[in-house]
Design a protein around this ligand. Sequence first.
Ligand code: GLN
Length: 322
Amino acid sequence: TELSQEWLQNYVDDWVSFYRKHTSDGKVASYIPILAEANQDHLGITILGKNGMAIRSGDVDIPFTLQSISKIISFIVGCVERGIAYMLDRVDVEPAGEAFNSIMHLEMKQLKKPFNPLINAGAITVTSILEGETSEEKIGPILDLLEKMLGYRPKINKEVYLSEKLSSTRNKAIGYYLLETNFLESELDVTLDTYFKQCSIEITVDDLARIGMILANDGVNPDTQEEIIPRQEARISKALMLTCGMYDASGKFATYVGIPAKSGVSGGIIAAAPPRVREEELPFLEGCGIGVYGPALDDKGNSIAGIRLLRHIAKQWDLSIF
Ligand code: GLN
């Protein structure tokens, strides 16, 4: 394993330097002002597998915020707290085919519930369903689950949280619409405050890769065999990531990369490559998790170099689940 790992590491280093040049094709997010301070050139990746397999390359030590990636975690927590049936009664699991902050589809006549938990309307609904009266109470179990996976309790980046809160006109509009149509199960202010906090949780690519590895293994830490996320919640999350995780570029991502993944506007991507039968020489890629960070985004809001890097890796190592 040692030799092969070193061999893979060299490849990844080359690919990261190559795709770093692609960051200039994208733009860092600026609708949340503080996100515009990110370094456009950054690109980093961590791949974690069982038995301590780790490949880390590029800017792996830069902290960034979960943003939309938090929608997976809050969905899992909500399902555990209330039950999957309760949750799926209130949020659908269909790709919206619209931008993540779309408001237009909410008014469609036949719409009984927000399209899915990974667009803002669905995520805000999920957050309103979480147990607790205050945002501190609601965010607690999200941080608990993250702590269980990461081995430390992540912090909420206060500056990002405030910046989100002060530039949240669109999310407020979505929130008011959800309130008016009786989708919200908590006070609007508490719900939005919790949502801004979950988006502002600070992590690194190592953390994303660790969560990705646990999801890839249906919620179980492959090294300790401990179940951290219930199996069904983990599987539904992966289905949602594959169908809805990359906004309205999810179809292309499924086609060209083929790994369940979720992106955020800070430039992070989490990917979970479920175990599958493959050539024997790469057994330690079975059930690996991948974290990518590259804040320069494409026009859909996904890390531009991050997607290209993942596409390259998935092709080279045959990681597509199809
Ligand atoms: N906090 C961001 C928002 O609500 C998260 C969106 C995202 O990462 N796509 O607009």
